[in-house]
Design a protein around this ligand. Structure first.
Ligand SMILES: Nc1ncnc2c1ncn2[C@@H]1O[C@H](COP(=O)(O)OP(=O)(O)OP(=O)(O)O)[C@@H](O)[C@H]1O
Ligand SMILES: [Mg+2]
Length: 614
């Protein structure tokens, strides 16, 4: 292998005089502790190396040894349920959150192995050749690496083997037979190959109403969660990790403070997966590169995380990757780039910030795997824009690559309205493609109600501005109704506490029932107003409180109670209209400007609220 001698070193970056050939992106070992690094530039006899570990104490003259391999990680049955650093070295094995300098990928662990192929069989890349059983009893497929194929000339009997011990040997067209273990090594910067990408047709159900119902993300899609300091990015990502319907969660804590990760590290091992009733950790891989860990490893951590996600995708699983936060990753990129002496671009970030973000997000997809199955990686990345300014480079570049934008709002967060997603600054480009799925779930009115809710929220912003100038009572009655209905959408539907025992997650059926209930209330309210009731009278209806609290009151097991609630609404509105014979407190005006906001119902449609003269 090639050698080099350090000439110059500054933090995580060094330049060294090479003796022998090095290749770009080759992994290297630096100094007596064999710290892990990567060649990032070649110029004449000089290599520039990014070191992923603390370089304190190293100086000119230190030896750098080439490995002949790109920076790679070991993928296998040992991933689920464990916590790793940015280079996928286990953080729990040593009993501390610090990895020994120079430590390698993973400790040797034994797993149960069951062969699924026989001697003489010819295998293609990505074939499932066996089954590994983890200590928790979970069965995982052993995949032939994407770059391996050939005839089986040895296969181990069922038993327990180290994850890196050869359990299979393949005859290759030329050369030595190739040994294959339950786990294999894959370079982090190279996307794992697939047969083809598929169109996104179903959502990743997150259990958060504002996301699933207003700003849905397709399975295999990509979403950004930008938000100022303390607006709830971490809580939202954790809630999604707990509640979304993915088979495997890869949770990346990237450059956040150690205590930000505490929620995941403390809480997850104690939680159960709502779908399988097994510990949540069993479907989770945590990668932690907190702010006190070496900065260059942070840059590598998002590639490690997405490679792990692709590995599970290749098993025909649906994977959700949460990255908190991509801004800290971009800052690492900026810091290392500065040490290289590269010319800073916008915001001090290197000019390749945008292409790196694209490379990361483009690895999210629904695919047909090499083994012929369907798997997906869905990516959700938090962004922490300095002073909450969404025009800064990381947010604006990320916007170009994501399909859903879930913008967290400081004002909503200050008002403790959670999740603090701003309905007017957020968007979801996949919503149209997902309507069919909601229809199959029995929510045929999803597109219509979604549009109605969004229009109401849009009108609300405009009318509130006006109300601040002229006073709310001076608004025409139809506009007061719009404000009333928008508030109902916010309070009864969008507000959802991550801390609530019942409401932290809402399944698709419960969401649909709540959506219909709010939709029906709005219909009844419109009819009542058209028949002469003032919106203020509706605030006094006892059922209004019940609708506002339904998320907390009606759990997944009691969905028929939504129908009871609707019946109660019909009844109370019926009574309201029969009271119309009493002189109303104020006359509804005609609103000739027609600025009725989202009210799609025509005043003539009043089947339930005939103004009966007593
Ligand atoms: N969905 C939610 N439900 C209930 N409370 C929430 C929710 N989201 C945020 N909070 C509250 O807001 C606080 C701050 O949230 P969080 O730590 O997620 O913010 P952040 O955006 O990650 O902050 P930072 O910028 O420091 O990373 C939480 O401790 C919690 O009290
Ligand atoms: Mg946070």
């Amino acid at each position: 292998m090639s050698h080099a001698r350090v000439r110059w070193i500054s933090g995580p970056v060094l330049r060294a005089a090479a003796q022998g050939p090095f290749s770009l992106r080759e992994a290297v070992h630096v100094g007596p502790q064999a710290l892990l690094g990567e060649v990032v530039r070649l110029a004449g006899d000089e290599i520039t190396v990014q070191v992923y570990e603390d370089t304190t104490g190293l100086g000119p003259g230190t030896e750098v040894r080439g490995t002949g391999q790109p920076l790679a990680i070991r993928l296998g049955p040992g991933l689920l349920g464990n916590i790793f650093d940015g280079l996928l070295r286990p953080l729990t094995a040593s009993g501390s959150v610090y990895v020994q300098p120079g430590a390698r990928t993973a400790a040797r662990t034994e797993y149960g192995f069951t062969p699924l192929v026989v001697l003489g069989q010819t295998l293609e890349p990505g074939t499932v050749f066996g089954e590994a059983t983890t200590d928790s009893g979970r069965k995982l497929r052993c995949l032939l690496p994407p770059d391996a194929d050939g005839e089986v000339i040895r296969i181990s009997a069922p038993g327990r083997y180290a994850d890196d011990a050869p359990v299979l040997e393949l005859r290759l067209p030329v050369g030595e037979p190739r040994p294959i273990a339950m786990s294999h090594v894959w370079p982090v910067r190279v996307p794992r190959p697939v047969r083809r990408r598929l169109a996104a047709t179903r959502p990743l159900v997150t259990g958060q109403r504002i996301l699933d119902s207003l700003f849905p993300l397709a399975q295999g899609g990509k979403a950004a969660i930008p938000g100022g300091f303390g607006t709830g990015k971490t809580v939202l990502l954790e809630t999604l990790a707990k509640g979304c319907d993915a088979d495997v969660i890869v949770y990346l804590g990237c450059g956040e403070r150690g205590n930000e990760m505490a929620g995941v590290l403390d809480e997850f091992p104690r939680l159960t997966d709502p779908r399988s009733a097994r510990p949540l950790m069993e479907r989770t891989v945590v990668i932690a590169n907190t702010s006190n860990m070496p900065v260059a490893a942070r840059e590598a951590s998002i590639y490690s995380a997405i490679t792990v996600a692709e590995y599970f995708r290749d098993q025909g699983l649906h994977v959700a990757l949460m990255a908190d936060s991509t801004s800290r990753w971009a800052e690492a990129l900026r810091e290392v780039s500065g040490r290289f002496g590269e010319l800073p671009g916008e915001g001090g970030y290197p000019a390749y910030l945008s292409s790196r973000l694209a490379e990361f997000y483009e690895r999210a997809a629904v695919v047909e795997t090499l083994g012929g199955e369907t798997g997906s990686v869905t990516v959700m990345g938090a962004i922490s824009p300095p002073s909450g300014d969404f025009s800064e480079p990381v947010t604006s570049h990320t916007k170009r690559y994501v399909r859903a934008f879930w913008a967290l709002d400081v004002k909503r967060a200050q008002a403790r309205f959670y999740p603090a997603i701003h309905p007017l600054q957020s968007y979801a480009e996949d919503a149209g493609a997902l309507a069919a799925w909601w229809r199959q779930q029995g929510n045929s009115r999803w597109p219509e109600l979604r549009r109605q809710f969004l229009t109401l929220l849009d009108d609300q912003a405009r009318l509130e501005r006006m109300a601040r100038i002229i006073g709310k009572d001076a608004l025409p009655v139809r506009q007061q109704l719009t404000l009333f209905c928008a508030e109902l959408v916010n309070e009864a539907f969008l507000r959802q506490s991550a801390l609530s025992t019942i409401d932290h997650r809402a399944g698709p059926e419960r969401q649909a029932a709540m959506m219909r209930t709010v939709g029906r209330f709005i219909e009844l309210a419109e009819q009542a107003v058209a028949a002469g009731t003032h919106p203020e009278r509706m605030s006094e209806l006892p059922c209004l409180r019940a609708v506002q609290r339904m998320g907390e009151d009606i759990d997944e097991e009691n969905l028929p109670r939504f129908a009871e609630l609707s019946a109660r609404m019909e009844h109370e509105f019926g009574q309201l209209s029969s009271q119309l014979s009493d002189p109303p407190s104020s006359q509804p005006d005609a609103d000739p400007g027609g600025q009725a906001g989202a009210a799609p119902t025509h005043p003539t449609e009043t089947p339930h609220a005939p103004p009966t003269a007593g």
